[in-house]
Design a binder for this molecule. Structure first.
Ligand code: ADP
Length: 178
């Protein structure tokens, strides 16, 4: 466990100049609302074109081109960061495999980043918008999974949790201690 690598900020993830920002995408990779819409708007149409290409190459994958819990990496085009990692959070239904799938989003995103030789990764609060995951439960999964996965990914030096809303920021402030 390496708390020194964890950072917390409140703001807009599209502004960050890091190696990769993570997108809370949907399984079609065709863009959407919330943070997904903000990332595509800021990156420009080339990002959607690359996502559509990846979706086509993954046709036939059960659960869609990028099923919940999975992640893919693209370039970042007009964004100030270098890459976008698109991961698909679970829709909250209570009592299913949501925690496992949400943990998989954070873990696979970090493994993809490490595999690409990246050092700094920024995460939004995946699934806590339209997908309805309770914010306190999602934050525990997010911080716990990142801490565990960092033991396997020594090349990653910084993980930034980016909270857009005050409620998430307050919850993360209690969980991310230095
Ligand atoms: P999901 O479908 O996974 O729930 P949403 O995009 O609806 O995804 O919401 C995920 C989280 O992203 C929410 O907590 C929302 O407040 C946050 N969010 C929305 N826009 C931004 C942004 N520009 N930067 C960072 N976080 C954002």
């Amino acid at each position: 466990m390496d708390n020194a690598k964890l950072e917390l900020i409140r703001g807009d993830i599209t502004r960050l100049n890091v190696d990769a920002i993570v997108n809370a995408a949907n399984s079609s990779l065709a863009g959407g609302g919330g943070v997904d819409g903000a990332i595509h708007r800021a990156a420009g149409p080339e990002l959607l074109a690359e996502c559509i290409q990846i979706a086509q190459s993954r046709r036939g994958v059960p659960g869609g081109p990028c099923p919940a819990g999975d992640a893919v990496i693209t370039a970042a085009y007009r964004l100030p960061c270098r890459h976008v990692i698109h991961t698909v959070g679970p829709v909250w239904h209570e009592g299913g495999r949501e925690a496992e799938l949400l943990a998989s989003c954070y873990r696979k995103s970090l493994l993809l980043a490490a595999g690409a030789g990246l050092e700094s990764v920024a995460f939004p609060n995946i699934s806590t918008g339209v997908y309805g995951y309770p914010k306190d439960l999602a934050a525990e999964v997010a911080v716990g999974t990142v801490r565990k996965t960092l033991d396997e990914t020594p090349g990653i030096k910084r993980v930034i949790f980016v909270c857009f809303d005050g409620e998430n920021y307050a919850i993360y402030s209690r969980l991310v201690r230095y």
